[in-house]
Write a protein that binds this ligand. Structure first.
Ligand SMILES: Nc1ncnc2c1ncn2[C@@H]1O[C@H](COP(=O)(O)OP(=O)(O)OP(=O)(O)O)[C@@H](O)[C@H]1O
Ligand SMILES: [Mg+2]
Length: 590
């Protein structure tokens, strides 16, 4: 076994003298407490190690022992419904967001195992060999580790077993027998293998209108949520966790303030799953690494989270991973690299910031699993650019790897316009792919309506600039109409409070009904203006108020009310047009 002695300590970074037998990225145990660490650099007799725990009290001379393995976490059926630190050690509870330092304790507790294979069966890598029924009847599958295969020699009968106890023995082609438990270890920095990766053709329904209708992300896609201080990143990620149509949620709280994370830890167990009416926690894994936890563990937490997400994907599930915030992760990277004296690049971040971001985001995908099922991991990462400047390194590098960019805007947030996604700075590269999906889901006009809304919002920005100079009333009527319609798109459609019981999540059917109604409203408004109506006349109609408030007033159970509202809009604007035409005819005649 490789051994080293500490020579130098700076926060989470150690330099140690060694016999030279360590491997890069090897996991190590430091001192009698067996603090977890990882080899980050090798130079002859010297190793540099980052320690994932508080190094207070460590002294030069203390012995470091190599494990011969890369840093790995244990994935298994015991994950769902629980909270962990960045190295996947259980957090005791919401009030104590700390774990005892040292090598991870095994997850205790017995799980009900049901075998799905028999002696003599041949199992391929990643094959399903058993099931565990979790809370609320949610079935989880037990997988042969992706690096094992062979013939079943023995399999345990149905019963209660510890997660890491052997329940299966496999004989490989070389004749060696391997024990397999319900859970297995996987190196966090290595993507789990799959049969095939394919492009996502379906959107991940987020239940947020501005995202689904204007800036959709693919199932298996990647999205970034950059936003300055207090613009609503955390609230939006939580809304996505509650409302998106993934089977499993992995929520990573990475380096956020302890009290903010405590909010998440306390709130999540209380949440109800809108799809099943059962606790949302039953299909959630929370990984938390607050700013008061050791900085190096934060660097690892992002890989732990994506490994957990891949593990559920490999069971044929659709997984959504929310990371809050990747900037805090990048800061950890910067701090550790600074301490071991690497040359800083842009913004003080190490030169490999970009490739590390790529390593993370590129693990999002729709895949055919080794067992032949379809699963996906969708990654959504918040970014907190200092002073909201999107040209800083983390935001600009992330942009290279994500397909959807949901830019939160300080001005919108200050106006309490939520979600504060700025439609002019946001984009979705995949959007055109989803036309077919929307057509099959009740909105064949989605492409045209999306284009119309985006054009209106674009024109609005231009006209508002002009109006600031010459005054709004000096704009020609047609341009005032554009502003009127754009305002309607904003207020009646894009605004969606995460706190409103009725409006916090919108189904595709409800989104489609609202989108069509507003699209039709803008056509009618144009015809009314053409007939000589003033915008004040339109705004005075009772249906105008109702359209503005429809998100808050018409819930998922009363979708037919959108039809009634649309009919009222047709009737009232129709009457207005008739009245104007009559008057026009009278003036022409007179
Ligand atoms: N979608 C929303 N609906 C309603 N209110 C919201 C929404 N988003 C944000 N808010 C309001 O804005 C406040 C700040 O939001 P949040 O904590 O999510 O910001 P943040 O970007 O995560 O901030 P920080 O930079 O401190 O992490 C919330 O407490 C809430 O009052
Ligand atoms: Mg936040």
């Amino acid at each position: 076994m490789s051994e080293a002695r500490i020579r130098w300590i700076s926060g989470p970074v150690l330099r140690a003298t060694t016999d030279g037998r360590f491997a890069l990225r090897e996991a190590v145990e430091v001192g009698p407490q067996r603090l977890l660490g990882e080899v980050v650099s090798l130079d002859g007799e010297e190793v540099i190690i980052q320690v994932y725990e508080d190094t207070t009290g460590l002294k030069p001379g203390v012995v470091i022992v190599g494990t011969g393995q890369p840093l790995a976490i244990r994935v298994g059926p015991g994950l769902l419904g629980n909270m962990f630190d960045g190295l996947l050690r259980p957090l005791a509870g919401s009030s104590s967001a700390f774990v005892t330092p040292g090598v991870a304790p095994a997850r205790t507790g017995m799980l009900p195992f049901r075998p799905k294979v028999a002696k003599g069966d041949r199992l391929a890598r990643g094959a399903i060999f058993g099931e565990v029924e979790g809370a609320g009847g949610r079935v989880q599958r037990c997988l042969v580790p992706p690096d094992r295969e062979g013939e079943v020699v023995t399999v345990a009968p149905a019963g209660s077993y510890a997660e890491d106890a052997a329940v299966l023995a496999l004989r490989d082609d070389a004749g060696a027998t391997h024990e397999v438990a319900m859970s297995h270890l996987w190196a966090v920095r290595v993507p789990r293998p799959v049969r095939l990766r394919r492009p996502g053709a379906k959107p991940l329904v987020t239940s947020q209108r501005i995202l689904d209708c204007l800036f959709p992300v693919a199932q298996g896609g990647k999205a970034a949520i950059p936003g300055g201080f207090g613009t609503g990143k955390t609230v939006l990620l939580e809304a996505l966790a509650k409302g998106c149509d993934a089977d499993v949620i992995v929520y990573l709280g990475c380096g956020e303030r302890g009290n903010e994370m405590a909010g998440v830890l306390e709130e999540f167990p209380e949440l109800t799953d809108p799809r099943s009416g059962r606790p949302l926690m039953e299909r959630t894994v929370i990984i938390a690494n607050t700013s008061n936890m050791p900085v190096a563990a934060r660097e690892a937490s992002i890989y732990s989270a994506v490994t957990v997400a891949e593990y559920f994907r490999d069971q044929g599930q659709h997984v959504a991973l929310m990371a809050d915030s990747t900037s805090r992760w990048a800061e950890a990277l910067r701090e550790v690299s600074g301490r071991f004296g690497e040359l800083p690049g842009e913004g003080g971040y190490p030169a490999y910031l970009s490739s590390r971001l790529a390593d993370f985001y590129e693990r999002a995908a729709v895949v055919e699993t080794l067992a032949g099922a379809t699963g996906s991991v969708t990654v959504m990462g918040a970014i907190s650019p200092p002073s909201g400047d999107f040209s800083e390194p983390v935001t600009s590098h992330t942009k290279r790897y994500v397909k959807a960019f949901w830019a939160l805007d300080v001005r919108r947030a200050q106006a309490r316009f939520y979600p504060a996604v700025n439609p002019l700075l946001s984009y979705a590269e995949d959007a055109h792919v989803f036309a077919e999906w929307w057509a099959a889901n009740g909105n064949p006009e989605w492409v045209a309506l999306r284009r119309k809304f985006l054009t209106l919002l674009d024109d609005q920005a231009r006209l508002e600039r002009m109006a600031r100079i010459i005054g709004k009333d000096a704009l020609p009527l047609r341009q005032q109409l554009t502003l009127f319609c754009a305002e309607l798109v904003n207020e009646a459609f894009l605004r969606q409070s995460a706190l409103s019981p009725i409006d916090r999540a919108a189904s595709p059917a409800r989104q489609s009904a609202m989108m069509r109604l507003i699209g039709r409203y803008t056509e009618l408004a144009e015809s009314a203006v053409n007939a000589g109506a003033r915008l004040e006349d339109l705004a005075a109609l009772p249906s105008y108020r109702q359209v503005l408030r429809m998100g808050e007033e018409i819930g998922e159970e009363d979708l037919e009310k959108f039809g009634a509202l649309a009919a009222a809009v047709e009737r009232e604007i129709g009457a207005l047009v008739q009245e104007k035409e009559k008057r026009n005819a009278a003036t022409t005649a007179g």
